[in-house]
Ligand binder design. Sequence first.
Ligand code: AMP
Length: 401
Amino acid sequence: MKIFVVNSGSSSLKYQLLDMDSGVVMTTGLVERIGDAMGKVSQKSWPGTEREAEVEREVAFPDHRAAMHTVVELVTGADTGVIASSAEIDAIGHRVVQGGETLFKSTLIDDDVVEKIRENCHLSPLHNPANLVGIEVARELFAGVPQVAVFDTEFHQTMPAEAFMYPIPYELYEELKIRRYGFHGTSHRYVAQQAAAMLGKAEDDVNLVTLHLGNGCSMAAVRGGKCIDTSMGLTPLAGVMMGTRSGDIDPAILPFLMKEKGLSMDEVDSILNKQSGLKGICGMNDMRDIHAAAEKGDKKAALAVDMFVYRIKKYIGAYYAVTGPLDALVFTAGIGENDEIVRARVCANLEHLGISIDPARNAGRKKVATAVQADGSKVAILVIPTNEELAIAKATLSVLK
Ligand code: AMP
């Protein structure tokens, strides 16, 4: 069974071809700068498959259709690909960011599902339209191949109303579906399942706090294997501090800024999404650069790390209060997997909560799932590399079954 996973962004298209029988990733690729004067496609066929090849090409991609055409050519090309024709693809799994309240489970795509994804575009105007383009082009190019939509919001659908409702007039929820949806769900679910396996427990028997810390950051409270709360909200702007996004702030800052600086709503939105977070405090959003600057005495860089860590700690406390006895903290994504400083500082001084990290086990980047808690720590501390493509492929497979 070969599954092709598509993650279509506004100007990019990420893809993977996975052989689900052997568990091998056959091909992984990325098209960048779709719509620009010049774009780029890079593809790697994974070692272990019959033919191995690496391709990198500068090509202009006027739109997603052109990008997908090139991807099909590369994946099936005699010199570049690992399959002879697209007929070898059994199913396609699409990442869709926002399922809203109408699409709460991975689902086989038909015209009705496409329409519902379109209807949810207003809830995720940056992502859903781009996801839709990927779906529409793939349905055209792979006519007859079953296609499945897997939603970022899916894992969070188990949140109770007390967690997903906002304390604003109820009619706004009824009319506009304003509520907490949460994102990165595929990643949170994947690491929660991996954590259960590492702990030797059933998936529905683990209490966890999962920390997806990448350029975008979110946390989830997991009780009995189900998500009961998450830090992102109606949009991916809420929650902990991120690379360029503010996370939680006093909502009254928005009208205050508009009034005091004469800014438009779009300008304020752009400040909070693109010029805030780590970047807003110290001018940089890559944690590696920030650590390096802080080490050289850059006070703003040090403050940015202090704030980043402090805000995560507060969420751990909040979620610990609602998960019940905690089995593990689970770190994942770019910072979670690779940054021993952030992991150590997040876990520091939490011994009173039964959380104690081992400096030697925590040291270094983690390419494989690793337990880093100290002996005697009541709560396990796990670093688990996320694999959203594999999770999408597995979800696709289970829908087809
Ligand atoms: P992601 O969005 O999951 O791809 O994560 C991207 C972020 O991970 C980057 O912006 C960096 O801040 C961070 N990152 C990646 N590698 C490292 C590393 N070795 N040390 C610290 N942070 C890292």
